[in-house]
Ligand binder design. Structure first.
Ligand code: OGA
Ligand code: NI
Length: 363
């Protein structure tokens, strides 16, 4: 684990206060800046006019799937497959309710995550690193060592597998972090497996096709914290991107902020208490031979309330060679094969504002 290295300089030109020209310790995070009395957004956070969130986003009924009956009855489960197919085809995004993860555990996860972000900065900075290969790190924006424009976000990000090994690397504070996160990530992993089976079937593939093709799974969790922002119209909490893995299950609090791109417009995803927002990642787009798309999304912030989200990104096992399922290929496959590990490394090297990596794999 890397503690802030004094020889590494994040304080590049332009990382100063817009009015006073004072150099700002931006790597310490957005919350820290605000706690130090900042009232204006530093220049490095300001997005270009085209990227700013001041676009009209329409309301539309976003798919909400009730899993309650399907978890217990095979008939109800079968009835869910066409609903999943439609949501995957149309949006690449849906919300799930009655998913079996206990509400009490969701509450506990949200409280330990909030408690973590409320810790003194010195405590959180023990885990600070800009090494994108690190299996656990605290950071801000995406990667302060390479971002050209910063995102209004502080985060902790860590792997959840292998659980026994990872648990010892997770934060020591709050005291219940390791236990709650172990339970929560296990329950969400089981839900993800259930959804990936349904997604397999929705592609007319055997139920266990994705699990076998991806040699099991990897699992990364993040605690995203988006402090209320004095100038929310100039910044983004997280810039437009698609998630690289198989599916992401995101838990958001009551504050709206997540937006999904659909037909060239941004749609806001209204929070539903105790639901998960599920989105398809790039590896499902590859495996499905472009039948399903990994939807582009972003997060905006607001001036009145902090927002927190906890995404769990499932992915293939790192060593898996991912390619289109042969049953879905007519003629030549749309994508070239690539090891998942190499995909992630290429992505990390390019940052979030990369050219669409997926497109480089098109044949
Ligand atoms: C992410 C992400 C959106 C949000 O962390 O990949 O898309 O609402 N987050 O926090
Ligand atoms: Ni995302």
């Amino acid at each position: 684990m890397c503690i802030h290295n004094k020889d590494q300089c994040y304080l590049k030109p332009k990382r100063y206060h817009r009015k006073t020209m004072e150099i700002l310790p931006l790597h310490l995070g957005v919350k820290h800046l605000l706690d130090s009395g900042l009232h204006k957004v530093p220049g490095i956070y300001i997005r270009s006019k085209e990227e700013r969130p001041n676009v009209v986003h329409r309301e539309e009924s976003f798919p909400v799937l009730d899993l309650g009956a399907a978890l217990n009855s095979s008939e109800a489960r079968a009835a869910l497959v066409p609903q999943i197919r439609e949501a995957c085809m149309k949006w690449g995004f849906f919300q799930v309710i009655n998913h079996g993860v206990p509400h009490s555990l969701v509450d506990e996860m949200q409280s330990v995550a909030r408690e973590f972000h409320a810790l003194p900065n010195e405590e959180k900075m023990r885990y600070f690193s800009t090494d994108t290969e690190s299996r656990m790190r605290y950071g801000t924006s995406f990667n302060v060592a390479q971002d050209k424009v910063f995102s209004w976000r502080d985060y902790l990000r860590h792997s959840c597998l292998p659980l026994a090994e990872m648990q010892d690397l997770w934060p020591e504070k709050p005291a219940s972090y390791r236990k709650v996160t172990a339970d929560y990530s296990t329950r969400v992993r089981n839900l993800a497996k259930f959804l990936l089976e349904l997604i397999s079937e929705s592609l007319d593939l055997p139920k266990d096709y994705i699990d076998k093709a991806f040699n099991g799974c990897s699992q990364i969790m993040a605690l995203n914290f988006y402090p209320a922002c004095p100038e929310p119209d100039l910044v983004l909490g997280i810039g437009p991107h698609s998630d690289p893995g198989s599916i992401t299950l995101l838990l958001q609090d009551h504050v709206e902020g997540l937006q999904v791109m659909h037909g060239n417009e941004w749609y806001s995803v209204k929070p539903i208490p105790y639901s998960f927002v599920v989105n398809l990642g790039d590896q499902i787009q590859i495996l499905s031979n472009d039948k399903y798309k990994s939807a582009e999304h972003r997060a905006v912030v607001n001036s009145s309330e902090d927002r927190m989200s906890i995404p769990i990104s499932m992915g293939p096992n790192w060593e898996s060679l991912v390619h289109p399922a042969s049953k879905l290929v007519e003629g030549s496959p749309v994508f070239k094969p690539m090891f998942y590990k190499d995909y992630i490394m290429a992505l990390q090297a390019g940052g979030l504002n990369r050219q669409w990596l997926l497109d480089t794999l098109r044949t």
